[in-house]
Design a binder for this molecule. Structure first.
Ligand code: LLP
Length: 425
């Protein structure tokens, strides 16, 4: 399903003209489609239906309370990586019994809170963390449910900054350490080994790394059971691909095809932690052209969304489709744009004082003028969630569209918000 479509030369989100939202709430503005968000969740749910999986939406991808509430009401569970994210899912009304807690640096205070909230399990990243969880559980007179995060040494072929499943990065543990710690859990009355956890990277655009990961997980579960554990959960993390250009990402059903048969072999419950694939294509970032400028043989479109709003192009060389909101030609993929008559090679940049402040470089782009609205597509995942106030730029507003209904789900920050927590000493 595509919630963002050109109708009569104007981009619409569901039944609303995107330009109307921009005029009402200003720019830059993030616009979400509720239908697309739910559609993405349902695609994962349907693909894995045979296993009735626990789909723990990865809150780090986008933690807006309204989106969490929608996902919660649609039956999603949650993957959190901080006390702050745990707080958010509770504020959104989630049942914490369906929450998994990941991350390499959980503090005692975070562990205590999660135990008091009776979460589904901790994804444990190190021996130090396992000891800390045990000590906090003991002090509360509880048994902590854990799954050790195995580093399976599988190359998910992602950007160097988002690969997690190969030897030598900070995540997880190798199989020898995993087995040592599993023995430790068995001897500890305050720990219970519920399962095994892996996350191999983000985004992973082929299914083969999941096939390899699921094979490893199944072998580890068999081994653990032989050693006397009642291990019954396999959590394969997140990382499903997103189509940023056209339809290059495999659908959830393709991932399911390789994962489901293996999990069935050992009769485990399956947990997944998708973030990007749920929220990524449910949102666009709308900006307005401030100036155009020709300099040094290049054409620059300077518009009002910047790296403080969407840092992904600067940080990971990420590709996002960008196109005018008013256009007779629907937004093409990057390849097609080359062929559209009238397009010129353009850098689309923001107002921030850094050369890395761009949304796109060397992009075939049609002529635009001061005041024109631009749309950056596939902006829902790691967009607003990674935004900052760099250059003292207030964070943009977020707006949700449901059919013809438009709701503001985060107010645009003000200058007063920028200094709210500062004290003049
Ligand atoms: N589970 C764990 C343990 C993770 O580390 C992550 C993402 C996920 C689940 C969710 O992965 P997803 O389904 O969203 O791919 N900021 C980067 C992505 C960083 C991903 C970090 N971990 C970006 O903008 O591409």
């Amino acid at each position: 399903m595509n919630a963002f479509e050109y109708r009569d030369g104007e981009l619409c989100c569901e039944d609303v003209h995107v330009a109307d939202i921009a005029h009402r709430f200003g720019t830059p503005v993030w616009i979400y489609s509720k239908a697309k968000l739910l559609d993405a969740l349902n695609s994962v749910r349907t693909a894995f239906a045979e296993l009735d999986p626990v789909i723990c939406y990865s809150v780090k991808a986008n933690s807006n309370l309204s989106l969490l509430k929608i996902l919660n009401e649609a039956g999603s569970s949650f993957d959190v990586v901080s006390g702050g994210e745990l707080y958010r899912v509770k504020r959104a009304g989630a049942d914490t019994k369906r929450v998994v807690f990941a991350g390499v640096g959980k503090t005692d205070a975070e562990i205590r809170q999660a135990l008091e909230d009776d979460i589904l399990m901790f994804n444990v990243e190190s021996e130090g963390e396992l000891d800390a969880i045990s000590a906090v559980a003991k002090s509360l007179g509880r048994v902590a449910p854990v799954a050790m995060r195995l580093n399976p040494d599988i190359d998910g072929k992602t950007h160097a900054k988002t690969t997690t499943g190969v030897k030598g990065n900070k995540f997880g543990m190798d199989i020898e350490r995993h087995n040592e710690l599993a023995a430790k859990v068995l001897a500890d009355p305050h720990l219970e080994l519920r399962g095994i956890h892996m996350h191999i990277g983000s985004p992973i655009m082929t299914t083969d790394p999941y096939l390899q990961a699921a094979r490893k997980a199944v072998a580890v579960v068999r081994d653990l059971r032989e050693r006397g554990h009642k291990t019954n959960w396999i959590n394969l993390g997140g990382g499903f691909g997103l189509s940023y250009r056209g339809d290059e990402a495999p659908p959830a059903s393709e991932y399911a095809k390789v994962i489901v048969p293996l999990i069935k072999e050992v009769g485990c419950r399956l947990a997944l932690e998708p973030g990007r694939s749920i929220v990524g294509n449910s949102c666009v970032l709308i900006s307005q052209v401030i100036y155009t400028k020709r300099e040094g043989g290049k054409l620059f479109v300077i518009q009002d969304a910047a790296m403080n709003d969407l840092v992904r192009p600067a940080m990971y060389d990420s590709f996002h489709r960008i196109w005018p909101v008013a256009s007779k030609v629907a937004a093409p993929t990057d390849y097609e744009a080359e062929a559209i008559p009238g397009c010129e090679t353009t850098d689309i940049v923001g107002p921030i004082c850094e050369s890395s402040d761009y949304l796109a470089q060397k992009r075939a782009f049609p002529p635009v003028n001061r005041g024109d609205l631009l749309c950056t597509f596939s902006a829902g995942a790691y967009g607003m969630a990674m935004s900052s106030n760099y250059n003292s730029r207030p964070k943009a507003a977020e707006v949700l569209v449901d059919g013809a209904t438009v709701s503001l789900i985060r107010e645009r920050e003000t200058y007063e918000d920028l200094v709210r927590h500062e004290l003049i000493g």
